[in-house]
Design a protein around this ligand. Structure first.
Ligand code: SF4
Ligand code: SF4
Length: 472
């Protein structure tokens, strides 16, 4: 059968699968699937949800494993502590992650969307599971949609939405725990909202958004709002592994009893299980979130009709056309290189993070003062202990001219874990023969005398004329 007759067999979709012809929303009720990809996705989802729920409870080095302490402006990550002035590391983190996602997309299409995106994980493995448990399988859910409002429908819908709302509140509270820690969140929950208006409003609004999204908006977030689906067409090429339909093998489609046709028996099972309601046989579409439901559904059908599995499968467009997939391509090389640069710089920077940091700033007012014998420069410094336990630190000004006096750094300082001290620092340079600026190095040493951080200091003065320069 020709390509033209194939396209006549079933008209191509010309509107969004989740929109009725009159423009109203069509609520998609995907059918249940069974198969290896469904099982693996379920395992991955359980693990991801467990990680999300448990991380704020797990203590590493005295702090939650992942804790963005907004009060103290610190980020604790698996025992490492990042201060607000380490924010520049975020650039390399974000570029590394961004190019990592580009790289994964160029190689494996929307693997992230189908397997690990929180939208898919919570929607498919929490909210839809509850919906199925209360309202039944897809045909029953559709029946309930069309049933008149009455006792049974009110009870089922009421229970479902109550559970949806409670779970949304739980997810929002867990999210908040990443910013305030579990004990503090627990305290806040026992207090009046007026004592924590900011947190209360955030959790309230976020819970509402989660509920709206998972109870009603659902696949629209992926189709209408998420930019990643649209980026996909720019990130993948014919060698990227996506979920696709083997048109060569499947077409011309027809009844299982017909002879001389392709392997697709046109049962529409792949469409019924699709959470975005699309027909993968129409080619790769922006709405495809790579969930692999259609693979399991079609493989089950193929098994039943005694045909080989894999009519819908993971494969590149090249592979689906019977050609070879190339893994190493200019775009994968470029994304790998950019991702590695981000990861490398981030790793080296984290590795070089010292257990102490110091910032120095000049006191307000005149930049220097002239006393009887000295030019005086005044500073403040903030010395931060980046370790999680109390530690001693000592400051020195390095190899300094013995005539220069540095006050404020004589005594060792005991600083609490993740604490800091702010002190004054005064440098006195002899007025005579001052030929500034003078450059000093302010060193932070640990108890054993190892240098942990160094901060340059510039001592400035008026550069008074010397006796020799006064001579004619
Ligand atoms: S599930 Fe397989 S056989 Fe059935 S319509 Fe889809 S591609 Fe064809
Ligand atoms: S087309 Fe297949 S992989 Fe894509 S969203 Fe639908 S069911 Fe999932």
């Amino acid at each position: 059968m020709s390509a033209q007759s194939r396209s006549l067999h079933k008209p191509r979709r010309t509107q969004l699968s989740s929109v009725n012809e009159d423009g109203s929303r069509y609520i998609i009720h995907p059918s249940d699937t069974h198969g290896p990809f469904t099982n693996w996705r379920r395992i991955v989802a359980v693990l991801l949800i467990a990680v999300y729920a448990l991380l704020p409870w797990i203590q590493v080095g005295g702090y939650p494993a992942v804790y963005l302490d907004t009060d103290a402006m610190r980020f604790h990550f698996l025992g490492l502590t990042f201060l607000s002035h380490d924010i520049w590391l975020g650039f390399f983190l974000i570029t590394g992650l961004g190019f990592g996602l580009f790289y994964a997309t160029a190689l494996f299409g929307r693997l992230w969307c189908g397997w690990a995106c929180p939208q898919t994980v919570f929607l498919e493995h929490v909210y839809r599971r509850i919906e199925r448990w209360i309202e039944g399988d897809a045909p029953k859910r559709r029946q309930l949609d069309n049933a008149p409002w009455g006792g049974p429908k009110l009870v089922k819908r009421g229970l479902k939405h109550l559970l949806f709302f409670l779970i949304s509140i739980a997810i929002a509270h867990l999210f908040m725990a990443y910013f305030v820690s579990i004990p503090k969140l627990w305290d806040m929950m026992g207090q009046s909202p007026s004592q924590n208006w900011g947190v209360f409003i955030f959790v309230f609004v976020y819970s509402g958004l989660l509920y709206f999204n998972y109870a009603w908006f659902r696949e629209q977030l992926c189709i209408v709002i998420c930019p990643y689906g649209r980026l996909q067409s720019a990130l993948i090429d014919e060698h990227s592994v996506v979920i696709g339909y083997d048109e060569k093998r499947g077409e011309p489609r027809g009844k299982a009893t017909q002879t001389g046709i392709g392997d697709c028996i046109d049962c529409d099972r792949c469409v019924q299980v699709c959470p975005t309601g699309i027909d993968i046989r129409q080619g790769l579409q922006m709405e495809c979130v790579g969930c692999a439901n259609c693979i399991d559904a079609c493989d089950t059908i193929m098994e039943k009709v005694g045909r080989p599995k894999g009519l819908i499968r993971y494969g590149s467009m090249q592979n689906l056309e019977g050609k070879r997939t190339r893994w190493i391509r200019p775009r994968t090389i470029a994304y790998t290189a950019l991702m590695l640069v981000g990861v490398l710089v981030l790793s080296l920077s984290i590795n070089n993070l010292s257990s102490a940091s110091i910032t120095v700033w000049r006191l307000g007012g005149p930049p220097y003062y002239i006393d009887d014998a000295y030019i005086r420069n005044q500073y403040m410094f903030r010395l931060t202990n980046r370790k999680n336990e109390p530690s001693y630190f000592q400051l020195d000004a390095g190899e300094v001219d013995p005539d220069i006096i540095v006050n404020g750094i004589d005594d060792p300082m005991l600083i609490d874990g993740n604490g800091d001290v702010v002190k004054a620092l005064v440098v006195l340079a002899p007025k005579d023969d001052f030929n500034g600026p003078i450059h000093l190095d302010l060193n932070v040493r640990d108890e054993a005398g190892n240098i942990l951080a160094t901060r340059p200091l510039e001592v400035i003065g008026p550069n008074l004329p010397t006796a020799s320069s006064d001579e004619p």
